[in-house]
Ligand binder design. Structure first.
Ligand SMILES: NC(=O)c1ccc[n+]([C@@H]2O[C@H](COP(=O)([O-])OP(=O)(O)OC[C@H]3O[C@@H](n4cnc5c(N)ncnc54)[C@H](OP(=O)(O)O)[C@@H]3O)[C@@H](O)[C@H]2O)c1
Length: 337
């Protein structure tokens, strides 16, 4: 029986609540007592141990519009400390400098034996080993499918379907914004500056576009992939990183003539590197616009490529799948007791 709290009621938090409402029959088939008992934002939280009304919660933009139950001035830590939840979904903003506030929320939850599902990269980039050992010590799930490549189920695929394979290399186009910019330059012949301006106008860039164009976002995702799937213990500083600012229209045209495209590729093998690379146009990794792609090389399956949407509301698919995994696994554990 899952009592769920959600930290963060922004774009993903709201979409998630709407999805829970829409798919409640499917969820209740797996856990008939599933309920959301708390949701927080930066200013306070809503809490009701009997379960919040998903229909009403789906219709509000801000938590304070839900009802007088909204406790302004109260913190997410306080909501966690009540200890009545057994799953926290952590969807506060990513901060790759110190992982906060999500890192503290995740540590507090795991210490109390609360499972964690998140789409927030920051805490995993800063403290992957610490969080995974904390989860293990407290017998908790820590699932983070939504942190890398949005809706593409890379962690689930490798952990569930390739359990006996050794992953030799992962190559990925992990940032949709830079892929959009490079695709505009490739197909429309626009300059980097114009393509970046377009991306900003379409709301595709982070508030600080250097997060995308200097490869910071892609490097964070490479760190999570390396630590989670290739048993590495790397930090952000270990990534050799070059962004796309110096990719010129001339370089792209030249590559195109030889049937290559220039893409911002993350490579994880002995190296861990993010840089613009020439990718043959008929290679499965060569996807365009805002799409993401991940190409894995293993000893047994050899090569597998996944293509999909790397951000946006599709990320909810990954978060919901992680939530359903926790529901199913905890239900099967309690059947064994
Ligand atoms: N958006 C996407 O397409 C996408 C895709 C993949 C992964 N992600 C990741 O998913 C996470 C959520 O993204 P988002 O787009 O939903 O972000 P968002 O729209 O900025 O929402 C963040 C939410 O977190 C709340 N928050 C901030 N500080 C908090 C604190 N100290 N305590 C409690 N709540 C706090 C904010 O509160 P206020 O409402 O009061 O400001 C807001 O409700 C991020 O880590 C992001 O990187 C996002």
């Amino acid at each position: 029986m899952l009592n769920v709290i959600i930290a963060g009621f922004g774009f993903i938090g709201r979409k998630l609540v709407r999805t829970f409402h829409k798919k409640i029959d499917l969820i209740k088939n797996v856990d008939s007592k599933f309920k959301i008992i708390g949701v927080s934002d930066s200013k306070g939280y809503l809490y009701n141990l009997n379960g919040l009304d998903l229909k009403r919660l789906s219709s509000v933009k801000r938590l304070s519009e839900y009802s007088e139950e909204y406790r302004e001035g109260r913190s997410t830590e306080e909501m966690i400390e009540k200890g009545e939840a057994n799953l926290m979904i952590e969807v506060t903003p990513t901060n790759v400098d110190d992982g906060e506030p999500g890192l503290s929320f995740m540590k507090a939850a795991l210490k109390k034996g609360i499972h964690v599902v998140t789409s927030n990269k920051g805490p995993l980039v800063v403290a992957f080993r610490e969080l995974t050992s904390l989860a293990k010590r407290n017998d908790c799930f820590l699932l983070y499918e939504g942190t890398v490549a949005g809706a593409i189920p890379i962690f689930s695929l490798i952990k569930r379907c390739l359990q006996g394979d050794t992953i030799r290399r992962i190559m990925g186009i992990l940032n949709g914004t830079t892929n959009y910019i490079l695709s505009r330059m490739y197909f429309e012949g626009t300059s980097f500056e114009l393509a970046l301006k377009e991306a900003r106008e379409r709301g595709l860039t982070e508030r600080d576009p250097s997060y995308d164009v200097d490869g910071i976002d892609a490097a964070c995702k490479a760190v999570i992939l390396a630590n989670a799937l290739m048993n590495r213990n790397v930090k952000f500083k270990d990534v050799k990183r070059t962004g796309i600012r110096r990719v010129t229209q001339e370089a792209i045209s030249l590559a195109k003539k030889s049937k290559f495209a220039i893409k911002l590729v993350s490579v994880i093998d002995k190296r861990i590197e993010v840089s613009p690379k020439l990718v043959p146009i008929n290679h499965p990794l060569c996807v365009h616009s805002t799409l993401n792609a991940i190409h894995i090389e293993t000893d047994l399956a050899r090569e597998i490529t996944l293509i999909g949407r790397g951000a946006g509301e599709e990320t909810v698919s990954a978060v919901l799948n992680d939530v359903l995994t926790v529901i199913r696994e905890t239900a099967s554990r309690s059947r064994k007791i």
